[in-house]
Ligand binder design. Structure first.
Ligand code: NAD
Length: 283
């Protein structure tokens, strides 16, 4: 297991050296970002990219995550960990207070926190005692959590002095291609992510007068602990299903798109797929 971790570490470093999207430009210098789910996978890659590009980052994740160690490793002057359950208003408020106290403002929010898992409606006539609870939990974390972070962040972002375009802040949500192509056993996950896609355009219009942009990325298959939880055989067949490039995405590739969205003022109210043209089979 340890050698797996070492291998993954070298793979990440190699990716950063070889890939053009790893270029360091300092484009986010002076900005402050809050990244939920920031201790792992896509969120962590976003945190690391933002720091390399000169931003300060508040890492929000559940207390059981390795957020404390990560923030220590990344440097306490430019990052801080806030134990946060995004579905809980008080946790999100507390994280925003820490953000204001430590860094004085908030420019970027990335909603990466999420859970996956099966929630299968297999027989309408048979009792499935935990089905509703599972559905509710998925919606609470993935959808309500995202909505909570958006609605509570706009106050702090709204205090920013607008730039030449009148922009005060940017929000990027992470949904999933599942929002468009739900698979068997994925009713809850699909619904939770489809709701994020659905809220993106109306919220971007609601917030237009405040100078806050809102966009969503719908990732396909990315090499993160969430996907690594699948058996290796399944991972291989998933990777093979991606038309091009025929592999799983690297988290850094998603982090690159987050930065592109943050930096492009015309990008607003949009949901962008990042999936190598993946379209799921119905079975
Ligand atoms: P991951 O499991 O590595 O990271 C998810 C993070 O969210 C974890 O650190 C976890 O602790 C945190 N989290 C879970 N519940 C939380 C809560 N209530 N409050 C705060 N943090 C919480 O998974 P990932 O692959 O990096 O996933 C990131 C996001 O991308 C998720 O929303 C996921 O649904 C989405 N996504 C991932 C893929 C993929 O292929 N990896 C594909 C499509 C969408």
């Amino acid at each position: 297991c340890q050698s797996d971790e070492i291998f993954q570490h070298f793979e990440r470093v190699a990716t950063l050296i070889i890939m053009p999207h790893a270029m360091v430009t300092g484009a986010l210098k002076g900005m402050v970002a809050l990244v939920t789910g920031g201790a792992s996978g896509l969120g962590r890659a976003t945190v690391e990219r933002f720091l390399r590009q000169g931003s300060k980052v508040v890492i929000c994740d559940i207390p059981a995550s390795n957020g404390v160690e990560l923030a220590t490793e990344l440097g306490k002057d430019s990052s801080i960990f806030c134990p946060t359950d995004v579905s809980q208003e008080k946790d999100v408020q507390a994280a925003l207070s820490v953000c204001k106290e430590k860094f004085g403002k908030l420019d970027i929010v990335v909603n990466c926190a999420g859970i996956a898992g099966a929630c299968k409606v297999y027989n309408f006539n048979k009792k499935q005692p935990h089905l509703l609870e599972e559905f509710q939990k998925m919606i609470d974390i993935n959808t309500v959590g995202t909505f909570n972070v958006i609605r509570l962040s706009v106050g702090l972002m709204g205090d920013n002095k607008p730039n030449e375009d009148g922009q005060r802040g940017v929000i990027v949500n992470i949904a999933s291609v599942s929002a468009f192509e739900g698979q068997q056993g994925q009713a809850a996950y699909t619904a939770s992510k489809a709701a994020i896609v659905g809220m993106t355009l109306p919220i971007s219009r609601d917030l237009a007068s405040t100078g806050i942009r809102v966009n969503t990325i719908a990732p396909g298959l990315f090499k993160t602990p969430m996907l690594m939880a699948c058996p290796e055989k399944v991972q291989k067949s998933l990777a093979a299903a991606v038309p091009f490039p025929s592999r799983l995405g690297f988290p850094e590739e998603l982090a690159h798109l987050v930065e592109v969205i943050v930096l492009n003022p015309m990008m607003n109210g949009e949901t962008v797929r990042l999936d190598g043209a993946l379209r799921m089979q119905s079975k």
